[in-house]
Design a protein around this ligand. Structure first.
Ligand code: SOE
Length: 386
C-alpha cells in the first residue's frame, strides 16, 4: 500500500502541548487521508535531552536532538515543524527555509511583524512550502461555513463577531516566563492574548470574511507584576491580558472581537457569529461539530435557527472518518491541516493555497499589531498590507 509513496522526513522542534498535537496529526494522517506522500517521524528536538528522548519514544520519532541547527543540517529531514515558544520561530524558520526545508510553524508567526515579514520573505525567496498552524479553519463546521459564504449563502455580510475567552491567569500567583508560562513573558511571547487568542479569531475572520482595513481597540493588563519563573524576582508584566476590538472589513462589514484570559468559568470559549443579508451562521468550539444556521429564504412561518450536525459524508473531511452521525474533535483539526498541506504539495511552490501560508499569517499579525498600536495610542489604526 505504501510502496511508491514519496517519503518525507519530519523534524519536530518543541515537545509541549503543540508538539503533541502535531505529532498525533503526523502519525494519523496517512491512515485516514490518501496522498502520494508518506510521513516519517525522523527526529524531535528539545533543549533537554531527557525530554527529547522520552518524547521520541512515546510518539515514535526515530531519533532525537538537542540543537535545532542539527535538525536543519540533516539530509533525512524534509519538513521542519516549529512548535517551540514564539521567540524561537523567526531564527529557526529563516534558517530552515535557507536550507531548502519545508517549514511549518505554530502561531503567531513572529513576535512582531518585522519577524513575521522576514520569515515570509525567507520562505518565499527559497520557494519552500510553508504553513502556519491556524488549525480551527479545519474544523469541518468552520470549513463548511467558508463554503456557505463563498457560495453566497449569507449574501452581503453586515456583522462579524468573535470571542476567545479563557480564565487561567486570574490568580496573581501564576508566574511569568519559563517552560509552562512563557506566554505571559512579553520577551518570549511578543504579546499576550492579542497574539495568542485574538490571532485565532482574526485568522478565521480574514479567511471567512476577507481583509480588515482598520481597527479601534482597548487592551488591559490586570495584574501588573508577577514572579518570573527563571529569576524568582517580581517583574513587571508587559503582555496584554485582555483585548477588545471593533473593526471595519474591506467588504463593508463591521466586526467586533474579544479575547481574554480573565473570563472566569471559560476555558476555551472560541466562537463566531456572522450576520448577512440572506442568513446568519454561528459556531462554538465547545460544540465544534455543530453549525448554527438561519436561512431567511426558508418558508415564512417555518423560519428559524437550525442546528446542522456536521457528521455526514458530504460534509468537509467527514467521509474520511466514521459513519454519518459520529463526531470528531479538536485533534482532527490538526490532522486535516496536514492532509491539506500534503494535498497541496503537488501545486505551485510557496505553499498550498488552502492552508494558512506564512503570508496569510503575516496578514493576521498585521491586524494584531494594529490592535496593539490602536490600544496604546487610543485611536483608530489602519492595518498595513501584507
Ligand atoms: C493558550 O492557552 C492556547 O493553548 C493557545 O496558545 C492555542 O493556540 C489555543 O488554540 C488554545 O489555547
Amino acid at each position: 500500500m505504501l510502496a511508491g509513496k514519496e517519503r518525507l522526513g519530519v523534524g519536530l522542534i518543541g515537545t509541549g502541548f503543540m508538539g503533541r498535537a502535531h505529532s498525533n496529526a503526523f502519525r494519523q494522517v496517512g491512515q485516514f487521508f490518501q496522498s502520494p506522500y508518506r510521513l516519517e517521524l525522523a527526529a524531535v528536538c528539545s533543549r533537554s535531552a531527557d525530554k527529547a528522548a522520552a518524547f521520541a519514544e512515546n510518539w515514535g520519532y526515530a531519533t532525537h536532538e538537542t540543537d535545532w541547527r542539527r535538525m536543519i543540517e540533516r539530509a533525512d529531514i524534509d519538513i521542519i515543524d516549529i512548535a517551540s515558544p514564539n521567540d524561537t520561530h523567526a531564527e529557526i524558520a529563516i534558517a530552515a527555509a535557507k536550507a531548502g526545508k519545508m517549514v511549518l510553524c505554530e502561531k503567531p508567526l513572529g513576535r512582531n511583524t518585522a519577524e513575521s515579514r522576514a520569515m515570509t520573505e525567507a520562505v518565499e525567496t527559497a520557494g519552500v512550502a510553508n504553513m502556519v498552524w491556524y488549525n480551527y479553519r479545519r474544523a469541518p463546521a468552520v470549513t463548511l461555513a467558508k463554503q456557505l459564504i463563498a457560495d453566497g449563502g449569507l449574501g452581503r455580510i453586515f456583522h462579524y463577531r468573535a470571542k476567545f475567552l479563557q480564565d487561567w491567569t486570574i490568580s496573581p500567583d501564576v508566574p511569568q516566563g519559563g517552560t509552562a508560562t512563557w506566554r505571559l513573558d512579553a520577551e518570549v511571547a511578543g504579546s499576550g492574548v492579542t497574539g495568542d487568542l485574538l490571532a485565532h479569531s482574526v485568522d478565521l475572520a480574514l479567511w471567512l470574511n476577507g481583509g480588515i482595513d482598520e481597527v479601534s481597540a482597548a487592551t488591559e493588563t490586570f495584574i501588573k507584576e508577577r514572579v518570573h519563573s527563571l529569576t524568582g524576582a517580581r517583574t513587571e508584566v508587559k503582555i496584554d491580558d485582555a483585548s477588545l476590538v471593533i473593526a471595519r472589513f474591506a467588504n463593508g462589514a463591521l466586526g467586533n472581537f474579544e479575547a481574554t484570559r480573565y473570563a472566569r468559568g471559560h476555558k476555551a470559549l472560541h466562537t463566531f457569529e456572522i450576520n448577512g443579508e440572506r442568513g446568519s451562521i454561528a459556531w462554538d468550539l465547545h460544540n465544534l461539530h455543530l453549525l448554527e444556521f438561519f436561512d431567511h429564504g426558508d418558508k415564512s412561518g417555518l423560519r428559524g435557527w437550525r442546528t446542522l450536525h456536521i457528521t455526514d459524508s458530504d460534509h468537509p473531511y467527514m467521509k474520511n472518518w466514521w459513519v454519518p452521525g459520529l463526531q470528531i474533535g479538536y485533534e482532527h483539526t490538526f490532522i486535516h491541516q496536514v492532509a491539506d498541506f500534503l494535498a497541496g504539495l503537488g501545486g505551485s511552490l510557496g505553499g498550498p493555497s488552502e492552508v494558512p501560508t506564512f503570508r496569510e499569517a503575516l496578514a493576521t499579525d498585521l491586524v494584531t499589531e494594529a490592535v496593539l498600536n490602536s490600544a496604546a495610542e487610543r485611536r483608530w489604526t489602519k492595518v498595513a498590507a501584507a
